[in-house]
Design a protein. Structure first.
Length: 502
């Protein structure tokens, strides 16, 4: 423990103790909420988290690494510090016992053992969810496949060669691998990862994109159309190296599902030969397949949803939107896109470029990724995907913890060269409990400081989501943002507000 003139800072390192980063983020919030706590971080000691610890004045012992758990608290006095540490201890203990209490039997140490226990209890497992650091994910996923179950790999930063080997093994075993970096799935109405509360219905989704799938499903929900299943396959599945192995299997599985009448295939830009193979497979299925392959001549996500709605014999509605009393006029300057969803960022970049020309971005559609990730001053039009692996290594996804995006939002609103800010707010299970609040707070603070920069928001969600679609829209609207449920419409509106870059 170190002592300074105004606060107490203490650091506790648990060597060789791993906990899921999402769960640790919730523990950090509980600890930070203790009265008298100025800052708190309960996290794995990755490089990025060590930087955060240094920023809060915590000194970490030499030799602490990414396999170690760190509890750091800065408090105004010893009593607050001790209460915070006790809170962290209680939360971590609850995680170890699955939510509280003690277990008379030691929990399974491997996926295969867990599957065997489930079968012995008369409830055989059919799917395993893997969420461990990327370098360990393949070992757990292989164990699941060998246990005879399909697997969803939520983990990101998984080496490409591991993914190829996993999916080749799945082909041999007749299994499905969803992921790696599969953030969204819906199986028979049960959401996994980042998933919206959706009505059941006839549309099946195969998605090499999490937020792309969420966008289409939420637009369908707005039209009163439900989803049978959403099978995420990971953002690299349609690359030349992975060759669409999971996509092909997922299409066949949905084709065999009697509850699925239409299939929508969603992906970021696929490798050309893989796209040809996937489209040939889709043409041979009994179930009609609609495609939204960004980067091709096909429809955008909103258009793809409209095609499905029309094909089912329903009227395509006007997509919901919410506007403030006064809508801004175009102004000279740069468009700045700040996204949590990678596919939403990619789609927006492509739409913006048609109107404004080149956009610096770390999305497949953009250029100048190094410029986007640098700390040097930015010029010109810009779109950042804060959910990119570069930003999420060792820290929660921005849909869970949007602090980094909110910090950048404040900076862009204060920049006189910014003509308009475009961003997304994604609702659903797994996402931040009130993401609109942070955006609205930054917008109100900027207005108080004299900023008049317009803000356009894509709001992706349903009314049954825990955050509440209408409530989130009203929070944003009252703060002065223009809010669209269609990402394509939001991107076009933002592009119309940006004149020639300063």
């Amino acid at each position: 423990m170190t002592l300074d003139s105004t606060s107490l800072t203490t650091v506790d390192v648990r060597k060789g103790t791993y906990r899921d980063s999402v769960a640790l983020m919730r523990v950090s919030r509980e600890v930070a909420a203790v009265d008298g706590v100025e800052a708190a971080l309960v996290a794995m000691a990755t490089e990025l988290n060590l930087e955060l610890l240094a920023g809060m004045g915590a000194t970490v012992p030499p030799g602490t690494g990414p396999d170690d758990l760190v509890i750091a608290v800065r408090a105004v006095d010893a009593a607050s510090r001790d209460t915070a540490l006790s809170t962290a201890e209680a939360q971590l203990a609850a995680m170890s016992t699955g939510g509280g209490g003690t277990s008379a039997e030691a929990p399974p140490r491997t996926v295969r053992t867990a599957a065997q226990h489930a079968a012995a209890d008369g409830h055989p497992a059919t799917l395993a969810l893997v969420s461990v650091p990327g370098r360990y994910a393949a070992a757990e996923a292989f164990d699941a496949l060998e246990a005879g179950v399909d697997v969803m790999v939520f983990s990101d930063n998984v080496p490409l060669e591991h993914e190829v080997a996993l999916k080749k093994a799945a082909d041999r075993l007749g299994r499905l691998v969803m992921g790696p970096d599969c953030g969204t799935a819906v199986i028979g109405g049960a959401g996994l990862g980042f998933a919206n509360a959706l009505r059941p219905g006839p549309v099946g989704i195969v998605a090499a994109s999490g937020t792309g799938a969420q966008q289409v499903m939420c637009l369908l929900d707005a039209a009163g159309i439900g989803v049978s299943h959403c099978l995420g396959v990971g953002g690299r599945d349609l690359s030349a190296e992975v060759a669409g192995r999971s996509t092909l299997r997922a299409l066949r599985m949905l084709d065999a599902d009697p509850a699925t009448e239409r299939i929508v295939l969603i992906s970021k830009p696929p490798a050309p030969k893989v796209a040809e193979a996937i489209q040939a497979e889709a043409a041979g299925l009994a179930t009609p397949v609609h495609t939204a392959l960004l980067g091709t001549e096909g429809p955008d996500l909103s258009e793809a949803a409209a095609e499905v709605i029309a094909a089912l014999g329903d009227s395509v509605p006007a997509w919901p939107h919410w506007f403030p009393e006064e809508r801004p006029a175009p102004r000279a300057g740069a468009l700045r896109g700040l996204f949590c969803g990678g596919t939403l960022a990619d789609e927006a970049t492509r739409i913006i470029e048609r109107t404004l020309g080149p956009v610096a971005s770390n999305t497949p559609a953009g250029s100048g990724g190094a410029q986007v990730l640098s700390d040097s001053p930015q010029t010109g039009h810009l779109v950042i995907d804060f959910g990119d692996d570069t930003f999420t290594a060792g820290r929660p996804h921005p849909m869970i913890d949007p602090a980094a995006r909110e910090e950048r939002l404040a900076a862009e609103l204060a920049d006189p060269d910014t003509a308009v800010v475009l961003l997304d707010v994604v609702l659903g299970h797994g996402a931040h409990p009130d993401p609109a609040a942070g955006v609205a707070e930054q917008l109100r603070a900027a207005r108080t400081a004299g900023s008049t920069t317009p803000v356009v928001v894509t709001l992706c969600g349903t009314e049954n989501d825990p955050q509440g679609l209408a409530a989130q829209a009203e929070t944003l609207r009252r703060a002065g943002a223009e809010v669209f449920s269609s990402n394509a419409e939001a991107a076009r509106r933002a592009a119309s507000l940006a004149g020639p870059a300063a």
